[in-house]
Design a protein around this ligand. Sequence first.
Ligand SMILES: O=c1ccn([C@@H]2O[C@H](COP(=O)(O)OP(=O)(O)O[C@H]3O[C@H](CO)[C@@H](O)[C@H](O)[C@H]3O)[C@@H](O)[C@H]2O)c(=O)[nH]1
Ligand SMILES: O=C(O)[C@H](O)COP(=O)(O)O
Length: 326
Amino acid sequence: MMPTRTRQWLANRMSSHLDWPASRVRALKGDTTISVVLPAKDEQETVGSIVTTIRESLVEGVPLVDEVVVIDSRSTDNTAKVAARAGAAVYAQDDILADLPGLWGKGEALWKSLAVTGGDVVVFVDSDIRNFGAHFVTGLVGPLLADPDLAYVKGCYSRPLREADSFSPFDGGRVTELLARPLLNMCWPELSGFVQPLAGEYAGRREALEAVPFVCGYGVEFALLVDLADLVGVDRMAQTDLGRREHSHQSTAALGRMAGQILDTAWSRMHRHGIVAPEHPPSRGITQFVQTTDGYESLDWDVEVSERPPMRQVLDGRGVPRPRRY
Ligand SMILES: O=c1ccn([C@@H]2O[C@H](COP(=O)(O)OP(=O)(O)O[C@H]3O[C@H](CO)[C@@H](O)[C@H](O)[C@H]3O)[C@@H](O)[C@H]2O)c(=O)[nH]1
Ligand SMILES: O=C(O)[C@H](O)COP(=O)(O)O
């Protein structure tokens, strides 16, 4: 059962993107600067049109967004070129804070973005969205501009699952439904009101984002929810319904590895919060199987995720070299 407090939180802290048309959000902007960050690994098909939409609607149209930044996360395709041509400032993940040994993954891209952007509010948007519209940004920024007390706004949406020969309107979000939601309900029920806890679209005040650690892989969204709730309290977090989101789906095996990273992340927070007190550390690997003509072949994957400290600790007291831009 959803706790009564969470029910009240949902009633107070949920809005729709329809509440936040660009003109209204622009009127609320004042002096607040806004950075939009897209982490991108091999997204040449979609990143260009997302950047173009943001630039045309929210930089040149209604002047709301101050910078659009793509963090190229070790792509092997033309993501960086396409994004730069569409007008984004593009940084290679490994060129940022290049004196630190580079780590892989989406969380690393997001963490590094904090070192090259300047906005008071930072909006993160995935770059594989197939039905992107400017409301993904305005819906997340609006509540933060309207309420100075809010620190973080998370998107939610309906998620279709599109497979080779089928389309089912509400069955997307397999890791969300099979892992993240049960875990949150079990260990952090005050966060059970987040409809899409793994959503890659969210906005936060820089001071809050720079004060929490970032895990480097796919656990980053789970960790941010838990750590920000710890830092600011769930009442300073909100949620916006962004309508519907279509994206490119990963294979079930890839989602299994994503789940392993999220479980590793959750475990570290369970440990820190005293929810578990293990005598022996858990295994950080996952064995998957592929069928062969002789039976099954096992494949071992490391799903341990490293963690970066709060960016503020890293940037304080050092002149941050501006990395090379494409
Ligand atoms: O090493 C990586 C891997 C991914 N990405 C980018 O991160 C975004 C999301 O990655 P994707 O593989 O499309 O994730 P999903 O399968 O959509 O996973 C969902 O669940 C993840 C775990 O919480 C979230 O990170 C995602 O935002 C959310 O959409 C995309 O723009 C990717 O290009 C990187 O920048 N670096
Ligand atoms: O958020 C999730 O659960 C994962 O991104 C998987 O989503 P999908 O089932 O829609 O591919």
